[in-house]
Write a protein that binds this ligand. Structure first.
Ligand SMILES: *Cc1c(COP(=O)(O)O)cnc(C)c1O
Length: 398
């Protein structure tokens, strides 16, 4: 979809470039103190928009403002704001929407630490959580099923599509219709697709959350989050960021802005590689199922094709039941897949999936692993996995 008449790749090239620096890239502007020309200027700064103009380093400098401008344009939102991590983007967004006595609905496939925040911290403030089956939103009677979940004190529906580790899609527009009828805010963790492949706000989301750590950064060297809001939710979100004292470093903003320039080319390459590897895995006798909405066989494929313009490089693989030794032999023998948390960098990764589900049936008979397909040649990745399956077979036979 075009933003301001420009296609996203053009926008990513031209957005967020401070006009008055005469440099292609906005520099790293490091500051705590910002000096003012006069008493009157200093006093005027108390009332100015602290997230758009210099006031104090806590609220950002030109580097953060340039990144926020770029994200506002890319997200097609009222404003976007930066926070220290993807998890902070989730907790800030939730805190902006609730008060004591309220209730939130959370998709059962949401990022694990988001669940922990609801269960262990929102509860302390008297906010209750109900988890819902993400598949429910894709049923013929979704409207009635979702409406039945709404309580008089429900303030938030929190979605993540596709979900962390298990990759369930949700019908975001259908959820938004019901939520808005009940005056409930729709929050979405859109880290998997990014605004490049899914226009969250255009599909009814009120607050779009990104772990900028992943594809925005794109090089596995920053931790950051961003929150994009509609006009209605800008002030509540901004106030939590300001009043809780969250800040991001200008060095990290510089790296995120630099990462954004290549978001489009990287994501298209991640998608192409992931598709080849996923299709190859589907044919393997060791594999029970590949969890990737871009595959025609995926239960969320129709919704993905309707609403998303692409798929990123992250998917799940359910292996057929094997011993722990055989799984370790497989993972440990891979040379091109690093074993490590996070994803969205240029390199391929593998991790076993550990997750909690309380509202949906997650029937996995074998181990579930998560692959991130980096920018390597997919044929080399396939050869690496094939070698891994040989080692797995040998270990299983011993
Ligand atoms: C990684 C991740 C986060 C958290 O991001 P951090 O920057 O590591 O805090 C949130 N949501 C999803 C879906 C993620 O994959």
């Amino acid at each position: 979809m075009k933003k301001n008449g420009l296609n996203k790749d053009t926008l990513l090239t031209h957005t967020g470039r401070g006009a008055d620096w005469r440099l292609v890239n906005t520099p790293v502007a490091r500051a705590s103190t910002v000096l003012h020309a006069s008493l009157a200027d200093y006093e005027a700064s108390w009332h100015a928009d602290r997230f758009a103009g210099l006031s104090y380093g806590l609220h950002g400098t030109q580097t953060a403002f340039a990144l926020q401008d770029a994200l506002s344009e890319l997200e097609g939102c009222h404003r976007a704001i930066l926070v220290p991590s993807g998890l902070a983007a989730i907790t800030v967004a939730l805190l902006a929407c609730v008060k004591s006595g309220d209730h939130v609905l959370v998709a059962d496939c949401a990022y694990g630490p988001a669940r922990k925040f609801c269960d262990e911290y929102l509860t302390r403030f008297g906010v209750t959580t109900t988890y819902f089956d993400p598949a429910l939103s894709m049923r013929a009677d979704a409207d009635a099923q979702l409406a039945a979940l709404m309580q008089p004190n429900t303030r938030v529906v929190f979605c993540e599509a596709p979900g962390s580790l298990t990759f369930e899609m949700q019908d975001i527009p259908a959820i938004a219709v019901v939520a808005h009828r009940h005056d409930v805010a729709v929050l979405m963790d859109n880290t998997w697709a990014t605004p490049y492949f899914f226009d969250a706000l255009a599909h009814g989301v009120d607050i779009s959350i990104q772990a900028a750590t992943k594809y925005f950064g794109g090089h596995s060297d920053i931790i950051m989050g961003s929150i994009a809001t509609t006009e209605r939710w800008w002030r509540p979100v901004r106030d939590i960021v300001a009043d809780y004292g969250f800040a991001v470093s200008p060095d990290d903003c510089y790296l995120a802005l630099r990462g954004l320039r290549t978001l489009g080319v990287r994501l298209k390459a991640h998608q192409a590689g992931a598709m080849l590897v996923a299709r190859w895995l589907q044919q393997r006798p060791e594999v029970a199922r590949v969890l990737y909405p871009a595959l025609g066989s995926d239960p969320g494929h129709a919704i993905w094709r309707r609403d998303f313009t692409g798929a990123s490089g992250l998917f799940g693989v359910e292996l057929k039941a094997i011993s722990r030794t055989a799984l370790a032999a497989f993972v440990d023998s891979l040379k091109l897949f690093g074993i490590g948390a996070s994803w969205g960098g240029y390199e391929s990764l593998i991790v076993p999936a550990r997750f909690t589900r309380t509202a949906s049936a997650s029937a996995f008979s074998g181990p579930l692993i998560r692959l991130h397909i980096g920018l390597e040649d997919p044929q080399d990745l396939i050869a690496d996995l094939e070698r891994g399956f040989v080692e797995m077979g040998k270990a299983e036979a011993r």
